[in-house]
Design a protein around this ligand. Structure first.
Ligand SMILES: Cc1ncc(COP(=O)(O)O)c(C=O)c1O
Length: 436
């Protein structure tokens, strides 16, 4: 295929400046290890594990073979009222690495669906307990919880919601956790308790017994890696316990080792009631998400229904698709056999040293990071996001892929990266940032 504007026209690309892209396309034709090859044959280092999906890098044979074999064995069967072996095996594997109290896993096909599912679980849980009056949800400014109506309702990013006014009512946002005065400080910054007390204020304003759940990304990823300030997650947990509110951690980015532990929940020592996950669940090789819940959330919902009745009227045609389960089982085995969460943890200091070394550049406004995820935020020029968009294209042309949101480039290397790959990423970032 010739990648001319004419040939590209029919595909309406997601979250992309379609017209600009089609005049100057960047098409990735191959992925192997930490590198892509583009349609000109250029090598591109994958600085964001694509969209934070591919900690194992690209082209893993074990995953491809697992999917191939599964499709020959049993390509698809209804997940409603019958089962396939992979869902049970995978749920067990996931439950083994979630916090001790969280042992029940519901499969979906994306992060956005995991959020819708978690919203419904929260509603079902409270209703089962006779507290159906809890109809309010709390989210946070700058939050990203995907693009379905549930996720957009919880969204704290203006561009993702300003066009779509018909979203769920009764969602209030706590303040975001970015503080310009603490720019360039590393790891968890100060002031978490005071920010988390926003939730207490909502309880005072709306009544704690009207709030069903609080959704937070433990590290706000898509907005540019906002690490939870000290005491923040702990204080949210306390307030939720006090008022009977469910705490939901959206671990779609932070799950599966990105912070150095299996989940951010363990890394920060705070256990939510519900966790959403996707992306690295299959290393991006198959679309899949999951929602894992505390045992009593599962029991409360299932035991409220009559014997032999469906307990939770929710599920997707492709929930726990056999090919996705096969991919994810292979991925979980690789994580374990190659000790990759530990490797991510070990590589973190080196990665963060490299990232923070960029702070001398004039165009840089802040650098944040934790584990194997970090962001370089640029001083805006020409309106919010304009410089970030240009930086993403310029960096690609220098041979590196980084996901920019607004003016923040979010760097999240594959866990299989060597130190030399981190060096290459930082050199390419520096070269690009010196020119824009
Ligand atoms: C924290 C978080 N939640 C939800 C989503 C939505 O996931 P998906 O794009 O798979 O629907 C994302 C995607 O980036 C995310 O970062």
């Amino acid at each position: 295929m010739q990648f001319t504007a004419n040939n590209l026209e029919h595909h309406w690309m997601p979250f992309t400046a379609n017209r600009a892209f089609k005049n100057d396309p960047r098409i990735i034709v191959k992925g192997e290890g930490v590198y892509f090859t583009d349609h000109h044959g250029a090598q591109i280092i994958d600085g964001s594990s694509s969209l934070f999906c591919c900690p194992l890098g690209h082209g893993r044979k074990e995953i491809a073979e697992a999917v191939y074999n599964q499709l020959l064995e049993n390509d698809y069967a209804s997940p409603f009222g019958s089962g396939t072996p992979g869902t049970f095996e995978l749920a067990q594997k996931v439950a083994r690495i979630t916090p001790d109290e969280i042992n029940h896993v519901f499969f979906v096909n994306s992060g956005s669906e995991s959020i819708d599912t978690a919203l419904k679980m929260a509603m079902a849980y409270h209703r089962a307990r006779g507290e159906g009056q809890r109809t309010r949800f709390v989210s946070r400014e700058r939050a990203y919880h995907g693009v379905n109506i549930g996720g957009v309702s919880l969204s704290g990013m203006v561009k993702n919601r300003e066009t779509f006014s018909g979203v769920m009512p009764n969602v209030v946002c706590m303040r975001h956790t970015w503080d310009e005065d603490q720019a360039f400080s590393r790891g968890q910054r100060e002031g978490g308790v005071e920010l988390a007390n926003d939730l207490e204020r909502f309880c005072e304003t709306y009544g704690g017994t009207t709030i069903a759940a609080v959704f937070v990304e433990p590290i706000a990823g898509s907005t540019g890696c906002l690490v939870p300030p000290k005491g923040y997650l702990e204080r949210l947990r306390e307030i939720c316990d006090e008022h009977g509110i469910l705490l939901v951690f959206d671990e779609v980015i932070t799950g599966f080792g990105r912070t150095g532990s299996a989940f951010a929940s363990q890394q920060f020592g705070v256990t939510p009631d519900i966790m959403t996950m996707a992306k690295a669940l299959t290393n991006g090789a198959q679309p899949m998400g999951a929602v894992a819940v505390r045992d009593d959330v599962y029991k409360t919902i299932t035991e409220a229904a009559p014997e032999n009745a469906i307990e939770f009227f929710h599920g997707y045609t492709y929930s726990g698709h056999p090919a996705a389960c096969a991919a994810s089982i292979a991925v979980q085995d690789i994580f374990q056999n190659e000790n990759l969460f530990e490797r991510a943890n070990d590589l973190s200091e080196y990665f963060l040293d490299g990232l923070y070394s960029l702070q001398d550049l004039d165009c840089v406004r802040d650098i944040r990071g934790y584990g194997l995820i970090g962001a370089v935020e640029l001083k805006p020029v020409g309106g919010p996001g304009a410089r970030g968009g240009a930086a993403q294209v310029a960096l690609f042309k220098k041979g590196m892929h980084v996901k920019f949101t607004g003016d923040s480039g979010i760097v999240a290397p594959p866990f299989i990266s060597e130190k030399s790959h981190i060096d290459e990423m930082m050199d390419k970032m520096r070269a690009m940032l010196s020119e824009i």
